[in-house]
Write a protein that binds this ligand. Sequence first.
Ligand code: LLP
Length: 492
Amino acid sequence: MGSRQLRDSDRGCPTRPYAVGMPAHPAGPRHSDVIDIHGAPPRPLDTAELNHLDAAVWPTSARREPGGVVSVGGVDVVTAVREAGSPVVLLDQDQVRSAARGYARSYDATGTPTRVYYAGKAFLSTAVARWITDEGVDIDVCTGGELEVALRAGVTPDRILFHGNNKSEAELIRALEVGVGRYVIDSCLEIARLGALAQDAGVVADCLVRVTVGVEAHTHEFIATAHEDQKFGLALTDGSAREAARRVAALPSLNLVGLHSHIGSQIFDPAGFEVAARRLVGFAAELAAEGLSIRELNLGGGMGIAYTSADDPLDVADMAAAIVSIVRHECDRADLPLPLLCVEPGRAIIGQAGITVYTVGTIKAIDLGNGLTRTFVSVDGGMSDNIRTALYDAEYTVALANRESDAEPMLCRVVGKHCESGDIVVRDCWLPADLAPGDLLAVAATGAYCRSMASNYNQVPRPGVMGVQDGHLETVLRRETIDDLLSLDPGA
Ligand code: LLP
């Protein structure tokens, strides 16, 4: 992958030696603190920092090989793009496995019965389901599609938990036919629907009631008031969770085994989980007083990961110990037997293991009008393979990946190829000023909720996902082709 050297005049107006908003300071980049651009990360102190891959953000196997090309799992990105096209998602198999194993072990180490489910919505394929279940983690699915992937992977149905606020009859019939292990009930209507279908099938379905505990958590904050005004779960406050538990228990074809709560995603503050755990145990005690015994508590997913060096995620083992000790304490107080404690991490298992590699197409410097310049770097994917920046203002870390550079940092925005000005992959970042078409950029921490939320906007085929391990590439999902897209169109 040769990168073509750009002339300054190719970058558009204005032409500058490097587009940081001003000519190189005679004393060098250390004086860059005079540049104050809202939202931009601090300007790298030197080129070593610009080329550096922070181990807290990148896959642990990521490194720069001699010559500077980035590799993950022993596979360099130039080879990966040659083999699998661009853009491509690389998933470090060892890292997915070790994150899953780490979760299972951290909860095991608490000395209480626990069960970890991987939230397949983060990213699911048969290979990933196998890696994860091999490591002792079960699978949470929330649609018939995710269920079929898990089944095709050979996951035993009793290791599958079925979520979803609108499971269709067809999805439930299929789940009952194969013998899915747990159903998370999300509405009273669903109780009647599942109850009737289970009766028809002549089976008893094990159910958890999804409770809205009045906690909403995002990253560094949580709010413990009323957050019942959303589509998921049954509220504690208006009695609908209690009513649902009673109805499940009353139907012979349903078995009330537990309660479920999911308070949010990308959470860095453990307090939200603690409040949720207390409220769930309190509710279990109320149900016990009515003779309804709760044997499982599922606290959902939500543990955050580092997308940038500024993020500081919770430690899984600390979190497991803290949650178990709260549940144990609350159960002792309420004189309840300790339930099986379940969690459902998605992002925390697969997020950091993935990177997306793009090829740079065009580069355009835009004068911001205040003496500053922002360089728009367009890549060959965008919001179709990573909607998170547009949807949640998510922040990402990006690096020049096919080589190192000793050029000065320039302030950039990495954008996609879609017809939408919000088509941004990385809003503010620093890249070397000698960046050129044909260079490869790698975006870190794209393992979760990127390929799984991908679209075909503008008829752009979705990227392939390649597993990498010990220098080998394995197709996890092949790259889509335009023929794949045309095959849906009978007139094409
Ligand atoms: N369990 C339930 C019931 C969930 O709804 C979710 C995520 C999880 C577990 C897994 O959460 P995690 O550990 O991955 O945070 N698309 C968003 C995230 C949506 C999460 C939806 N539910 C994003 O890209 O940030």
